[in-house]
Ligand binder design. Sequence first.
Ligand code: BES
Ligand code: ZN
Length: 983
Amino acid sequence: MFWTGRTLCRCIRRTREPVLVGHGLCCYRYLLSGQENWLRPTDIRVSGITSLPWVGAWRGNCGHRLKRAYYLSEDFVSSFGRHLAGYSLNSCSIVSETFFVPTGKRFIHTTNMPESKPFERLPKCVVPKHYDLILKPDLKTLVFEGKETIEVEVKTVTDKIVLNSLDLTIKSVEYTTSTGNSIVPTDVSLSVEDETLTLTFPEPLHAGNGLLAFDFTGEINDKMKGFYRSKYVSPDGEERYAGVTQFEATDARRCFPCWDEPAIKATFNITLVVPESKVALSNMPVVSETKDPSNPALRVVKFDTTPIMSTYLVAVVVGEYDFVEDKSNDGVLVRVYTPVGKKEQGRFALEVATKVLPYYKDYFQIAYPLPKIDLIAIADFSAGAMENWGLVTYRETCLLVDPENTSAVRKQWIALVVGHELAHQWFGNLVTMEWWTHLWLNEGYASFVEFLCVAHLFPEYDIWTQFVTDTYIRALELDCLKNSHPIEVPVGHPSEIDEIFDDISYNKGASVIRMLHKYIGDEDFRKGMNIYLTRHQYKNTFTEDLWAALEEASNKPVAAVMSTWTKQMGFPVVKVLSKQSGPTTRTLTLTQEKFCADGSTSNGCLWMVPIMLSTSRNPHDVAFSTVLETRSANITLQNVSASDWVKVNPGTVGYYRTQYPPDMLELFVPAIQNKSLPPLDRLGLLDDLFAMVQAGQTPTVEVLKLMEAFSDEDNYTVWSSISNCLSKLSILLSHTDYEDLFKAYGRKLMARVGQRLGWDPKENESHLDTLLRSLVIGRLGWFGEKSVIEEAKKRFDHHCNGKCHLPADLRSPVYKAVLSVGDEDTYNTMLKLYREADLHEEKDRISRALGAIGNEAILKKVLDFAMSEEVRSQDTVFVIISVAMTKVGRELAWNFFKENWQELMNRYEGGFLLARLVKYTTENFASEEQATEVENFFREHHSPGTERTVQQSCETIRLNAAWLARDSESTRKYLIETQKHSS
Ligand code: BES
Ligand code: ZN
């Protein structure tokens, strides 16, 4: 068989993303006669060579999947050069025009590959102004019909229109000029690789306005993207589907042909043709409802015209829902849609949303521009929530509150999610990033502002303290890897875009904005935000536009400072040296260098680091502040005696780590014990030291010693941070034979706080003590504390036999404690509870606890259960992850992942759920062999959208191995010693 390049494109019906194998060489998977094949370097014979213009820049620039397969570099030449005889090779510039694809023993010769071309955005010679879109979903046959008329402007004469379309069947296309002439394209070609539709017309289209009309159909798919189905059970027990959309980042094109780029904004008139009994929602309020003349059982629902907006924010929902509603005091109609019969569960989110809208109006000094906003709980939903303008969609667990069954931590999360999505209504929807490279503007910013508004609405949550453990530390942990990436990252093809919805865009983004907020102060920050949002409303921006507005408001060098954080990967460690130069004079030398997880140093980068200092004289005040621009600087502090501590980065606001010499660290210990050091400083100090330990700068024993100073700690967030360190150590030491010694250490450390809190909530206790109780009981259970496990068993029995229901806050720790010593009966009881649970949060809690079971045979059942019909795809990954988190389950979960790889790929088709699964089923290994195994597996099983995750995981595995090799023996000795002392 002989293929030309074009034919090859069509034969390979489902190209997989190419993957980097060896430096610079991409391969791709393809389906041939229904079978997956894999093109390997050794199988490639290059027999024609031209040069590539984009060598060295394959990531981000080249979007064409097939073409990326030809990128062969110097490494390839040296390893496989023998196959290249007869051609002169320029280093790093080789591409094959002809190569052989093996099928079994035979080689198929492929030739005349199309020229390589980088990823290209849509041409702008024709742009949309307004879309008139009619969608008619059939929720029984799961197909939809679409009719669309797009008002376009032809800017320059052309005979081609290129727009996006994917998985749609185009029935007819027609262009009508402003004078009423209709022109039918002579060629309509779909490119699966580029996700585009190219219309070629028999004559040039003249500059001016015209109408582009389409008739098309599509499937209401089961992939949780585009226009998809979400399964629910009606009150009378029947399984039914709702039709729901999820378009971010690039899936509007799966629902209607469109210019699917955030900067190509237009207005939309949306019409839904739906059965009489269904609720039909879209971004705007309904303007008219009529009977469908062709079928009186159908309703034609027309929605008002939207403001000018990006395609990824368009949304529709058709299904059966109840709602609760209210008006915010600035006049916006807010509704929370819930499953039928559960509208009361929308009450909490409704209260939050009606308060958040006026809060943001006041904060930004700009009103929410639409007359209504709906928040709706969707049964099948891949992300947590999505900010569609005027119609925000949520996972049920991120919106619904059942007072009897919702935990405090969940309620708090719901407030944050509502705050986050509503922040996007301004930041993202009104002002939108120009391209996905600036995604962090959207997500980082919303992840910061959600805390501002929750701090305002729920001061009792002390949410800013929690920001540090949940957001800031998570960012630093990822960002010290060599395989991290800068906040601003060039992206092209959709699978690259999906990959950057990660902890860097969200958590580092939010953390550097918090640092900036502190640097310029709240007043100037607000002023700058108002300038930015007003200046760019209904338009698109680059990161620099935000800096310019904030610079204008604050008169500080915002752009210069911030670009060092957004354009460079990683962050610095500030090393401190201290000298007492007089009785009350202290001189500090601060030096910055890049912090690397493997302890290596690199002097290539410099940041503009806002530095603040506090001292024991006034622990809550900033004693000194500056911006460290150079590698090193001296600072002299007055009024500091030799016994005073000096803390760098008070409040843990600066996005950097601090390394103190032992004598400076020593001075903090009493201040930790008597808590005169503020909580965020106690927490920051510990976490920085822990990072030094991981990087091999300090022995593990040092952090174990420091943690002991925390046994009287009472702050929830500080405990949450300690618990984070304990859990990391616990996973690491599960690779040794002295895991039990560490568990004993953990039990001792947490004994006092456990006793103080007890099992039953005190009257009027604080929200944070409620959170702390579940955290501590959970940890003590994990450490095998007998008294806790016994009490958990007792309470669990009472819960099951109806004698006394467990409060929602205790369920997760109790389920896990009971399962950790449970048997088949316990497992079956849990399954029964799962099946009986009506609230999704409860099902979620149970299914994520199942991995705690200690028995291998039952864990295998848990894994099968995860993939069964009983668990929604959106939840499957979390059940598998729960298995991967324990010593017994680790290997099992990874093997299960490998065995079910194909099924998992089909289910998720890339996306962040898969990336999460890959991360947690791999990163806790701790040997070179395992790192190589993971690498090899993914080399042979290419999994689009997880490339960077795999690299990060393998790096982490190697770091774990090095950590063990370095510190295992001394840690063992220390744990034996402390054990002796306490017994
Ligand atoms: N815009 C995102 C939703 C999204 C995520 C779309 C990934 C496409 C891919 C939304 O604003 C968001 O950030 N949701 C978060 C919840 C939030 C509170 C952090 C999520 O889904 O995890
Ligand atoms: Zn978001």
